[in-house]
Design a binder for this molecule. Structure first.
Ligand code: NAI
Ligand code: OAA
Length: 379
């Protein structure tokens, strides 16, 4: 996407403007499919609206980021600020968010940026928001598992989701905070307790696993990166991350050794970054990129695009587990369909890996559910 101000702000004036925008997929931060889909989105909007200029036509969604001053929050806020679909960007953190918002607000892209600090300002941050993204919480250090973050992050996610339930219960909720395998069940229980749980609108963000799988497979097989798409199912920790290499698009064959090496690399990619950062946190830039892609897909779905697919950890009946990551179809109401065909015709390796991940994933889900309900009893 070309974000230069001439194209982006002035020339979005109906179909003529659409043609003038540079949709060169190689320059898109979102990838070829998203870029083409965004183009369709502008065409659809231009056809349906009589607004005098495209500034009004295009940007209409409110996005809130909770944990916006953090390692993921800041670059994610920048990428969301670049989205032509966003009218309002609300940045919330317990500290240091004023400067981030002031800085970001100078970018000449359409969205208005507002900052909100501390619990007293959380409700205002969330009012009328369409998409809430939650990267609040502590990251791993070398030697830790994602589950080691549970004791701190479970409470953070619980408190924030309570506020979401009270202030914008209809929003899409994207949870990044780890351990995702437990924070999603916690969020679901909190929303149930508040009487506003809509399973179609609660998403564990696993996009980074897909982004990594696509990158590593393209490198290994010398494929054009923009064309590669690997579904990643299961959960978001260690062996619960299961890339379905047999379903790679474009169709490609792997030796058994390649399958094993790629699967292990994708499963351990988070740890690879944690170790390289040597105590300074976990993946932030690639995560922000992945989260921005998931936000943009959600906004396109909310905008009426009927061809939006992503992988996400959601309530699911695909397996005997209550939550499971798989490809989903996104629509205006959230999850429109969980794509079951990816689980058909798995290789023996994938079948075995799927069975092996289930006990760990089930344990993490149950841990989250127990936490949310225990808190209620003792509260
Ligand atoms: N789902 C995924 O694929 C990934 C998830 N993560 C997870 O994302 C989380 C955040 O990671 P980073 O941004 O690197 O951490 P960070 O420490 O750099 O930033 C976290 C931010 O959350 C804020 N925060 C803490 N408590 C809060 C509260 N109650 N309300 C609002 N904000 C609060 C902090 O002030 C800080 O600004 C971690 O749990 C990490 O494990 C990281 C990478 C990938
Ligand atoms: O590894 C971590 O702790 C952060 C994370 O979830 C990832 O990078 O996939």
């Amino acid at each position: 996407m070309n974000f230069n101000s001439r194209n982006h702000l002035k020339d979005f004036n109906g179909l003529k403007a659409v043609a003038s925008v540079n949709y060169d997929s190689r320059s898109s931060f979102l990838g070829k499919e998203s870029t083409a889909a965004l183009q369709q989105c502008f065409i659809r909007r231009a056809q349906n609206h009589t607004a005098p200029n495209a500034f009004q036509v295009q940007a209409s969604f409110k996005v809130a980021i909770l944990g916006a001053a953090g390692g993921i929050g800041q670059p994610l806020a920048l990428l969301v600020k670049m989205s032509p679909l966003v009218s309002d960007l609300h940045l919330y953190d317990i500290a240091n968010v004023k400067g981030v918002a002031a800085d970001l607000s100078h970018c000449n892209t359409p969205s208005r940026v507002r900052d909100f600090t501390g619990n007293d300002e959380l409700a205002n941050c969330l009012k009328d928001v369409d998409v809430v993204v939650i990267p609040a919480g502590v990251p791993r250090k070398p030697g830790m598992t994602r589950d080691d973050l549970f004791n701190i992050n479970a409470s953070i996610v619980k408190t924030l989701v309570e506020a979401v339930a009270d202030n914008c219960p209809d929003a899409f909720i994207h949870i990044i905070s780890n351990p995702v395998n437990s924070t999603i069940p916690i969020a679901a229980e909190v929303l149930k307790q508040k009487g506003v749980y809509n399973p179609k609108k609660l998403f564990g963000v696993t996009t980074l696993d897909v982004v990594r799988a696509n990158t590593f497979v393209a490198q290994k097989k010398n494929l054009k990166l923009i064309d590669v798409d690997v579904p990643v199912i299961g959960g978001h920790a260690g062996i619960t991350i299961l890339p379905l290499l047999s379903k790679t698009k474009p169709s490609v064959t792997f030796t058994d050794e390649e399958v094993h090496d790629l699967t292990v690399r994708i499963q351990n990619a988070g740890t690879e970054v944690v170790e390289a950062k040597a105590g300074a946190g976990s993946a932030t830039l690639s995560m922000a990129y992945a989260a921005a892609r998931f936000v943009e897909s959600s906004l396109r779905a909310l905008d009426g695009d009927s061809d939006v697919y992503e992988c996400s950890f959601v309530q699911s009946e695909l397996t005997d587990l209550p939550f499971f990551a798989s490809r989903i179809k996104l629509g205006k109401q959230g999850v429109e369909a969980v794509i079951s065909s990816d689980l058909q015709g798995l290789t023996e390796y994938e079948e075995k890996a799927l069975e092996s991940l289930k006990p760990e994933l089930r344990g993490s889900i149950e841990k989250g559910v127990a936490f949310a309900n225990k808190q209620t009893v003792t509260a």
